[in-house]
Design a protein around this ligand. Structure first.
Ligand code: HEC
Ligand code: HEC
Ligand code: HEC
Ligand code: HEC
Ligand code: HEC
Length: 224
């Protein structure tokens, strides 16, 4: 086999250049790898076993989020609805549609539809839906305009830094409790205020009223 670096010749610099060229490739490769959607998670949009559309059900039909995610106000975890909730309508509506076959099967057998989970915080971080909903933080702050999505995609990073950005300035997110699932709602500007200023003023008032003080420097608030 011919030798690439013949004995005696001083090919050390070339070897160094080759190594550096390799490292030069490594940096973009690392950036590419770590910025994939699976890593940053923003835009993560797995295919689901049934082509269920929030745009149709929450947007056009106007169903409230809590019709299906009924534990979101009372529990740490929000729930995905059981087949029975869908069958309230689909035992009548489109009852022979082949796209709904997995739903009818789940209903008949009692084995839940295998929805793919999208949002997930790691086990070492504690998150609780009801605390946020009951203080007037809307789904839209953390999940985006789900009511306009045919297929749900992750809208925010859910990183620690992201949590803290809101915890440091919750006035930008607090709204009246009856508007929490109204994703298109925004504060009404008075006079020449911008929407952002109107939100900040309203938010500060609500923060005082509700005594809102989310954990920031208290690590144990989120790492229990
Ligand atoms: C008719 C029932 C129904 C209604 C109404 C509904 N959802 Fe859903 N939601 C589902 C189902 C089923 C899934 C699982 C399949 C999917 O991801 O599309 C889901 C998934 C989600 C997810 C992703 C969960 C995960 O795996 O991380 C979010 C976020 C969500 N819904 C938010 C909302 C919001 C916000 C509203 C109100 C604007 C809403 N949903 C209204 C049935 C519903
Ligand atoms: C309040 C009644 C209601 C509930 C509850 C409901 N749906 Fe629907 N769904 C409808 C109606 C009405 C349509 C037809 C919308 C249209 O064609 O514009 C529809 C359409 C669909 C379609 C589209 C079918 C196609 O051919 O495009 C799917 C899939 C579906 N629903 C799944 C579900 C699932 C899964 C659930 C439970 C998580 C659910 N639905 C809960 C009323 C409902
Ligand atoms: C302050 C941010 C925040 C708000 C507000 C919020 N969510 Fe979530 N949601 C999350 C996080 C974080 C997760 C991942 C939770 C986990 O891994 O335990 C999640 C997960 C979910 C899931 C998947 C099931 C679960 O609990 O893991 C559903 C469904 C959901 N949210 C629906 C909603 C609905 C509906 C609303 C509004 C009524 C809402 N969320 C408001 C941050 C939020
Ligand atoms: C859009 C704003 C917003 C975002 C984003 C947000 N939070 Fe919060 N969080 C709040 C508010 C408001 C409260 C209520 C504080 C209070 O009642 O004093 C709160 C309270 C909490 C609490 C205290 C619960 C208790 O029982 O005292 C924890 C823990 C928490 N959040 C965890 C998280 C985590 C983890 C994330 C990120 C995955 C997150 N939050 C993202 C606004 C937010
Ligand atoms: C508002 C909630 C919140 C508070 C307060 C908080 N953290 Fe976190 N922390 C998180 C979340 C959520 C994650 C997971 C982030 C992810 O998955 O990207 C995390 C992740 C971490 C990690 C692991 C990083 C990794 O790569 O997974 C460390 C270490 C950490 N936090 C330390 C701290 C320390 C130290 C403090 C106090 C100064 C603190 N945290 C306060 C929410 C919080």
């Amino acid at each position: 086999m011919p030798q690439i670096f013949p004995r005696g010749a001083n090919f050390v610099p070339l070897k160094i250049i080759l190594v550096l060229a390799f490292l030069g490739m490594a940096a973009p490769a690392a950036i590419w790898y770590y910025w994939r959607p699976e890593y940053t998670k923003i835009g993560y949009q797995p295919a689901q076993p049934i082509p269920f559309s929030h745009k149709v059900h929450a947007g056009q039909l106007g169903l409230d989020c809590r019709y299906c995610h009924s534990f979101v106000e009372t529990a740490a975890h929000s729930n995905i609805p059981a087949a029975q909730v869908c069958m309230n309508c689909h035992s009548q509506v489109q009852k022979d549609n082949p796209k709904l076959a997995p739903l009818r099967e789940a209903w008949a057998t009692g084995k839940p539809v295998e929805w793919v989970q999208i949002h997930k915080t790691p086990d070492h971080a504690y998150f609780n839906h009801s605390v946020h909903i009951n203080r007037g933080v809307s789904c839209v702050s953390c999940h985006g305009r789900v009511d306009q999505m045919d297929v749900v995609a992750q809208d925010q990073s859910l990183s620690m830094d992201w949590c803290l950005t809101c915890h440091r300035a919750p006035e930008n997110a607090l709204r009246p409790l009856d508007k929490v699932t109204d994703l298109g709602w925004h504060a009404t500007p008075k006079g020449k205020e911008s929407i952002e200023q109107a939100q900040e003023n309203l938010g500060k008032e609500l923060q005082k009223q509700r005594g809102v003080n989310p954990p920031v420097s208290n690590c144990a608030g989120c790492h229990r």
